[in-house]
Ligand binder design. Sequence first.
Ligand SMILES: Nc1nc2c(c(=O)[nH]1)N=C([C@H](O)[C@H](O)COP(=O)(O)OP(=O)(O)OP(=O)(O)O)CN2
Ligand SMILES: [Zn+2]
Length: 118
Amino acid sequence: MIICKHFSFDSAHFLPKVPEGHKCRGIHGHTYRLTLYFEGKLDNEFGWVMDFTDIKEAVNPIIERVDHKLLNNIAGLENPTCEHIAIWLWNKIKDKVPQLSRIRLYETPTSGVVYEGV
Ligand SMILES: Nc1nc2c(c(=O)[nH]1)N=C([C@H](O)[C@H](O)COP(=O)(O)OP(=O)(O)OP(=O)(O)O)CN2
Ligand SMILES: [Zn+2]
C-alpha cells in the first residue's frame, strides 16, 4: 500500500544557467507544493502503513531548511531547478524515512517533477 502526505514551502530562487533575458535568470519566488509517497505493508495492529504524524515530524525540519530561503545559497542547490530540488529533498528525506517511494514537487500550478530515486 502507498500512503501520501502533502507539504508546502515558499522559497526564492534564480536559475544561473539560463541565457540572458530568460525570465528565470532574476530572483523570483514560488510556493512549492510537495507530495511524498511511502510504500509499505499495512500493519494490521495499528491499521496503517505508518503514522502520518511520524512522517511530519521527520520531514518538517528538512522543509524548514528551504522555507523562506534563497535556495541558491543552500549547499547542493546552487542551480535550484525543480529537478535538483526534488533530488535534494529525496536524499534528505529518504535518509530519515526509508519507506519513501516517490516525490512529486510542483513549482507552479502547471510545472512540476516526479522523482523515484533513479
Ligand atoms: N525543466 C525545468 N524547466 C524550468 C524550470 C525548472 O525548474 N525545470 N524552472 C523554470 C522557472 O523557475 C519557472 O519558475 C517555471 O517556469 P514556467 O512553468 O514557465 O512558469 P509560469 O509561471 O510562467 O507558468 P505558466 O503556468 O505556464 O504561466 C523554468 N523552466
Ligand atoms: Zn522559478
